[in-house]
Design a protein around this ligand. Sequence first.
Ligand code: 6LW
Length: 533
Amino acid sequence: MSFKTIKITIIGLLFCLNFYGQSAPENFDNPILPGYHPDPSICRVGDDYYLVNSTFIWFPGIPVYHSKDLVNWELIGHAINRPEQMDFTGLPDKLGVFAPTIRFHDGLFYIINTCVGCGMNFYVTATNPAGPWSDPNWLPEAPGIDPSLMWDDDGKCYYTGMTGVEDKQWPDQSVIFNQELDLNQKKLVGERHELTFGHANNASYSEGPHLYHINGKYLLMLSEGGTGLFHALTVHHSDSINGPYIADYINPVLTHRNLGLDYPLHAIGHGDLVQTQHGEWWSVMLGKRNIDRIITLSRETFLAKVEFEGQTPIFNPGYGKVLMEQKRPDLPWIPVKKNPIKDQFEGDSLALKWYTIRTPKESFYTLKDGLLKLKLRKEVMDSLVNSSILVQRIEHHKFEAATKMSFKTSKANEQAGITIYRTNENHYTLLKDKTSLVLLKTFMGEKTEIARIPYKSKEVYLKVKANDLEVQFSYGTAMESLQPIGEKQSLIVIADGQGNAMFNGPGVGVYATSNGKKSKNNAVFDWFTYSEK
Ligand code: 6LW
């Protein structure tokens, strides 16, 4: 090998190796955002991609992700992270912030969304997508849910949304409409135009619309069939922004509803399109991985290639479905810093991956000297108000989470420990109290004590280990000598469709409560680990 060849090889290798020392793979794996990541919307600004999801009553709300390659995503902030912006108090877990749309126009980022149960449609803006985001601009005149924005060549901003139909011709009929949004007056103006009821004459829940102006034609992409098994993406074309829109013959352009109940990926729909700086088209969409038809990870975000044949987007040409692995976009490979397995609670703020449930009205934790101190408050996670709970997304069917906690009490009402949370009526807790450790299951609002073990010392290690549909809780005075508490438990407790578990997703984390009485006590957490197993 000549010196020149060696030099070229080394330069080539350096190009292939990014700054984390990983070589760029040929393929990527789906989902690109595992775990609770429903209703994705995406936009590109130059070489940068931004993606948002719905979060219902989790706080902070509406995560903003950034990527350079459409595969590696870094959480950079949240659109709703100040309690004054939005109040989720009193809302069931399936309400709150629904499907957002993110767009960039004229130097400003826009996220438009609906807070169902707390003010309905609104938009927030930011010059930096990591935040701060503005207070919500409420649009009380905008009916329905799932708003989207599009700026047309005339410089006007168009709002597209879905709303109900008064005299329904078939069950669950809804309508997609558009109207001009005057950004100076911050309200919808002019006439409202009905665009479509969906592509089929029994289309249910036409929703999640996005409007694109591509090669002089208007493309309206929406979802039909509801966000479960019958979910599908359809497209509709028009020469004029206000219609008439003609359904594409290829509809639905993407669905898994014809693949059968036992196909491991259900509910594909609710998508958004993006064109790369190199001209490729890609789409993000939601889907539900299932085990034996049971969905414990809720709706996740997937990526699929799109090629246009004329005006028609063809999703994953030759396959027509979402793939678990495929060739990655033609973009430089830029991995992002992964969340460390062990959160040592260093620094003075929690990592962005942590959420509480419903808007906090007071501060309930502190971080100091590498310790997370959780205040015991009278609120409980079974109610519809914020309690002292902090969770992060469960992203894998097989995972392990553990913590080291110091907690001592002389009062029978005080408890603290670890939790797997889906809704106020569906969760597990492994809690330490005055005299013991207790494993509690709350399923469809009914609480059962699974196991109780006398436990005295102040320090305790608590662990959950999930294997598909089962979870084993354990405890001990050292990580090396943990003992199981109770039998293996079923994760059906946090699965979709069980009681009030719908739309939102599951989390794992820490919790402390004084069960209705005032308290000055704290539970102190040294670290928290989460990893795929
Ligand atoms: C959302 C709707 C949907 O607003 O589910 O899957 C609703 N699509 O578009 C709640 O996420």
